[in-house]
Design a protein around this ligand. Sequence first.
Ligand SMILES: [Zn+2]
Length: 137
Amino acid sequence: MYSDKVLDHFSNPRNVGEIADADGVGEVGSPACGDIMKMFIKVDGDVISDVRFKTFGCGAAIATSSMATELIKGKRIPDALKLTNRAVVEALEGLPPVKIHCSVLAEQAIKAAISDYYTRLGVDPVSIVGELKADLH
Ligand SMILES: [Zn+2]
């Protein structure tokens, strides 16, 4: 049912934890699995120098959070914003169809953290990040 990559990221999630002095924090939830994902980013110039996550949820939610953090760490914000849930699923070598929404959650958590970063700077994030999906279904 799950690829080796998914099992690896579920068993050994990367970048777990919090960043106490984060520059942006995003939290999103999915009613379908009861997943809650919290993403912390540290920004240096326009580069995401560090990223951590805390996820309470199903195995796929943990694996997608882990992979998403790996994919945006060290990237410039404009590149991190281009990360789609599809790219996360591909990097994990696939997810069962019923778990695709978990990857959407990871994409939205990153966008929420970057939105928070811009809000703290006094910049309206909507023109940069776009509208966040309030309903993930
Ligand atoms: Zn889930």
